[in-house]
Design a protein around this ligand. Sequence first.
Ligand code: SF4
Ligand SMILES: [Zn+2]
Length: 317
Amino acid sequence: MSISSEDQRIRQLRPAKRPLDAWRPIGVQQEVERNAEGDLVPCATIFLTGRECPFTCVFCDLWQYTLDGPTPPGAIPAQISQAFEDLGEIPSGATIKLYNASNFFDDKAVPRADWSAIAELLTSCSRVVVECHPRLVGDGCREFAELLQGRLEVAMGLETVHPVALPRLNKKLSLESFGRAATLLQSFGVGIRSFVLVGAPFIPEAEMVEWAIRSVDYAQQHGSKMVSLIPVRSGNGEMQRLADLGVSSPPTVKLLEEALDGAMRLDQGVVLADLWDAENLGGCSECRRARIERMDRLNRDGSGQPPVTCPVCDRAD
Ligand code: SF4
Ligand SMILES: [Zn+2]
């Protein structure tokens, strides 16, 4: 895919990228995650270093964890081996997420010649999650799934179903292409999880929660058993420009929590709030910690958490 003039404009507004070692993962993380059956399962995420995603979404903050050129052959298996050493013992049957801040099924990001070596390293895992733009979902997903002992799950960014915002995100994604990818993955027996934005630009603040919930509903209707709500983060030059134009405002912790509560009420599958860096979201400082802790418990338990009542912002409402 070639880089358009709009992509170039967005890229030029970004701060400088720090150089990365193609042979080392960005990091690793161990946690427990609620699966579609409601059980808590051990889960390890390996943040891989690799080629930058060609799509250049206006809100993307993942580019900073990528290489300018193609991922060298052999580098991804080497990074996974390194990550397993760093993690120590991985419980048998764990879920492994291979997140490469890009698209697993882009041959320049994860060379196909490395797939067998990758699958070999993951034989003890019951579930392998990779991320990919819906337009790059194709037969390769089935071929990689067949190499694995465990089940493949593909995480796709739906972002929003808002009819004005989605085309303006520069993701080059339509609801039709998301639906096509979801249908294809289901026909392969591959699992689907989705990312939905909270606070997407071009959506009025008063409608952000409603559109996040509608987007979760759409993803679930298209086979997503898990949906992660991602609060849009600033720090990307284009997002600052959109904020200055008055068409983007950063989501608050309370907004994320309202979206999580509303999406959980749909009761159609697991919905998680992405709490990475949540401390830096805007909003009332009086109740921020309590709301983050409540969402953390909801991520684990799924329900049954009494609402946070804040003497400052609830009175202001
Ligand atoms: S598709 Fe994902 S990784 Fe690629 S530019 Fe968009 S947000 Fe970033
Ligand atoms: Zn408050």
